[in-house]
Design a protein around this ligand. Structure first.
Ligand code: CS2
Ligand code: MN
Length: 353
């Protein structure tokens, strides 16, 4: 594995490249053109400048999270071809800069969903949390303003205000899209981009649905071993792979993550590792990475990654807000740096067994 850190770019992130460079063992960042819009072909000059900036700090770009997918592709509208063409142009631009891992998701309307972005824990830290009973009370039209209240003034990844302003229209667009249609549309998209991925050796890494069950009645197709297996089989190319996100898959305690890791041997192109504390079905909060702080056995899942020969980029996922840091919720420096240290420690111990 290669330890990395998510970085949203100068002007968008409270964390600097210099700080990231000082976290032991971190070799690269996972970044994006944060002000790009889904459906756009990325400007090659901007990608070049981003790469130069990252490399000047002594780090590398280990992958992109995310190149977001336009809703017309997910819905399967005739206009999707134009947006797929733009996606291919973006992949070519990245490939030419030697950037070979792209994380994306295929969730309708909302990227990840949480009911609280700053739930207080007994130690005074705050975390993102989810409670299905609260979500059931929320009108999806007002979801963005609910989220915004505790976003510390940051634009949240996947919650582009321009898209959220069209929320009613978005729900309308997806009304006839069920799991089968969504998977068909994903398959159509992947088949169209695979030749470019083959040419530039780009690994596509789909992010699981978060949480791992349908929210607001919208379809969900990347949520357990079976559904991920279906997607992998639909386009049987080694460049069609996944982001193994322990926090997203782990939102459903029935998901056996080490078993999922084993079933995806060779197709995990990126890993997000975080721990959750479960309170009841549909009710959890994010925890520190340390196993004993949450409900997940972090040793067991790192062991599964190690034993299946995982050698891609890995990053700590959301951290707690600690030591009075103010950052994008989940994306402060301190707790994620602690996460890196802990995950590096587990990996070193695994390698010396
Ligand atoms: C991330 C997602 O912050 C998060 O929860 O894991 O936003 C992730 O970046 C996207 O779903 C991937 O496209
Ligand atoms: Mn994730």
């Amino acid at each position: 594995m290669k330890m990395t850190f998510r970085w949203f770019g100068t002007g968008f992130d409270s964390v600097t490249l210099k700080q990231i460079r000082q976290i032991p063992g971190v070799k690269g960042v996972i970044t994006t053109l944060y002000d790009s819009k889904p459906g756009e072909a990325w400007d090659p000059a901007k990608v070049k400048a981003l790469k130069a900036e990252v490399e000047a700090s002594g780090l590398e770009i280990s992958g992109i999270e995310s190149v977001n997918i336009h809703d017309d592709i997910k819905v399967g509208l005739p206009s999707r071809d134009k947006y797929i063409e733009n996606y291919i142009k973006t992949l070519e631009t990245l490939g030419k800069e030697d950037i070979r891992m792209v994380c994306y998701n295929f969730m309708p309307v909302f990227d990840w969903t949480r009911s609280d972005l700053a739930k207080m824990r007994p130690d005074g830290s705050t975390v993102l949390s989810y409670d299905q009973e609260i979500i059931d009370q929320i009108n999806p039209d007002t979801m963005l303003s609910e989220m915004d209240k505790k976003a510390n003034g940051f634009v949240l990844p996947g919650w582009e205000p321009e898209r959220m302003a069209r929320i009613k229209e978005l729900f309308e667009m997806y009304k006839d899209v069920d799991d089968k249609k969504l998977l068909d549309n994903l398959t159509y998209f992947l088949k169209a981009i695979m030749p470019t991925c083959d040419k530039y050796d780009i690994n596509m890494a789909i992010h699981p649905d978060d949480p791992a069950w349908p929210v607001f009645g919208l379809p969900r197709i990347i949520r357990n071993e079976e559904s991920i297996g279906r997607m992998i089989k639909a386009v049987d190319n080694p460049h069609n792979g996944v982001t193994l996100c322990t926090g997203s898959l782990g939102s459903n305690p029935n998901n056996d993550i080490p078993a999922i890791i084993k079933s995806l041997k060779g197709r995990i192109h990126f890993a997000h590792v975080r721990n959750l504390k479960h309170h009841a079905p549909g009710k959890f909060e994010e925890a520190a990475h340390l196993s004993s702080d949450g409900s997940m056995d972090m040793y067991a899942l790192m062991k599964a990654l190690y034993d299946t020969g995982f050698d891609g980029p890995i990053r700590p996922d959301h951290g707690r807000a600690i030591w009075d840091e103010v950052s994008m919720p989940g994306y402060g420096l301190y707790d994620r740096a602690l996460g890196c240290a802990y995950l590096n420690g587990l990996w070193e111990a695994l390698s010396k067994r």
